[in-house]
Design a protein around this ligand. Structure first.
Ligand SMILES: [Zn+2]
Length: 358
């Protein structure tokens, strides 16, 4: 059992992870929360567990063992509760290791574990802990059916993708990347997700996440805008989209085109979107918003007469949207280097391959 021993008044009680240990870690003294802690640990165990500790404690750094007095290493900015879990795993003190964790705790543990190259220590608990990353924290890619409840946008949308990345859960990372691609809006140089600003974080799963998502969001928007622009262009003289004017333009064909164009413009104006831009860089909304606007517009165009209903692009857009949503470029945006890295992450933490496929 972990015992709190007497300590100088300025220090919190020392947690004896190894009562015979030779090193004191004073953790979290610069944090407002949680309270700082002091751990008595075995320096050799730390050295064996991680090259980061080895370099820190036994390299030419200020943390190296002093010639006289207690060996104390200050880690003022690390979270003491999180580090305690990892040190508990390292020293076999399982009283300080929770049997299950919240996503927030898992996220924090994985950040510290990665920092000190200690993710492999999670092997005894990883299969019990990993279940929490299966709960989605981002809105879905596809529109939610009327009546079904939407997944609430999590205030910290990077928690799950980061935890899933570190554990090597590639299906979940792909799901979240796709959600970012379909649901990201732009505001100046930054992004928003359902009106929440996406704050920059250095712990957001794949290091190139923002870059990849930005590029794929743009290509998805461009493909939607191209569809719209093509529908406009094919109705402008000398072209026509009227199926009754195969052998040259007719007044009837011109009216069919004009009616469709006018209704498209009217619909966009009334929804505040004005005319749509030609290039994706000029569009700030999310691809899902754009698809919704186009679907609403194309599905409600009036036909010049019943025989001209087939001149309208409603059905064509319906098919195009379906294909676009299934397109692997955006639906499964993992790049080969992401898959390779996650394979390594899975092996590192020992997550069962069947878990990842589930
Ligand atoms: Zn027509």
């Amino acid at each position: 059992m972990v015992v709190a021993a007497a300590a100088p008044p300025t220090l919190p009680p020392t947690i004896q992870l190894d009562p015979d240990g030779d090193l004191l870690l004073r953790v979290g003294t610069k944090l407002l929360y949680p309270k700082p802690r002091v751990f008595k640990v075995c320096s050799a165990a730390l050295r064996r567990a991680s090259p980061v500790w080895k370099a820190m404690l036994f390299g030419p750094f200020t943390e190296a063992k002093p010639a006289h007095g207690d060996w104390i290493v200050e880690l003022p900015e690390d979270d003491p509760d999180t580090l305690m879990v990892l040190l508990g795993l390292l020293h076999g003190v399982f009283e300080v290791v929770p049997p299950t964790v919240s996503l927030t705790v898992l996220y924090g543990v994985l950040i510290v574990a990665d920092k000190y190259a200690m993710v492999h220590l999670l092997r005894p608990v990883v299969n019990a802990w990993a279940g929490v990353v299966k709960i989605p924290t981002l809105p879905p890619i596809d529109p939610v059916d009327a009546g079904a409840s939407s997944v609430p946008c999590h205030i910290t949308p990077f928690y799950r993708i980061h935890a899933a990345w570190q554990l090597g859960c590639d299906t979940l990372v792909a799901q979240d990347m796709a959600s970012f691609i379909f649901n990201f809006s732009r505001q100046g140089q930054s992004f928003t997700l359902q009106d929440w600003p996406i704050l920059p974080s250095s712990h957001h799963g794949p290091p190139d996440l923002i870059e990849v998502v930005t590029k794929l969001r743009r290509s998805l928007l461009q493909s939607l805008l191209d569809f719209y622009q093509a529908e406009v262009a094919c109705r402008m003289p000398p072209k026509t989209a009227c199926i009754h004017t195969v052998y040259g333009s007719t007044p009837q064909g011109a009216l069919c085109d004009s009616l469709a164009l006018g209704a498209m413009w009217r619909r966009l104006e009334s929804s505040g979107g004005s005319r749509l831009p030609k290039t994706a860089t000029q569009y700030d909304g999310s691809p899902n918003e754009l698809m919704k606007a186009l679907r609403g517009m194309f599905s409600q165009l009036p036909a010049y007469s019943t025989s001209h209903e087939k001149c309208l692009p409603g059905k064509k857009f319906e098919h195009f949207e379906k294909q676009t949503r299934l397109d692997e470029r955006w639906r499964n945006p993992l790049q080969p280097h992401h898959k390779e890295q996650m394979q390594k992450h899975r092996e590192r933490c020992g997550l069962s391959p069947t878990w990842n496929a589930a």
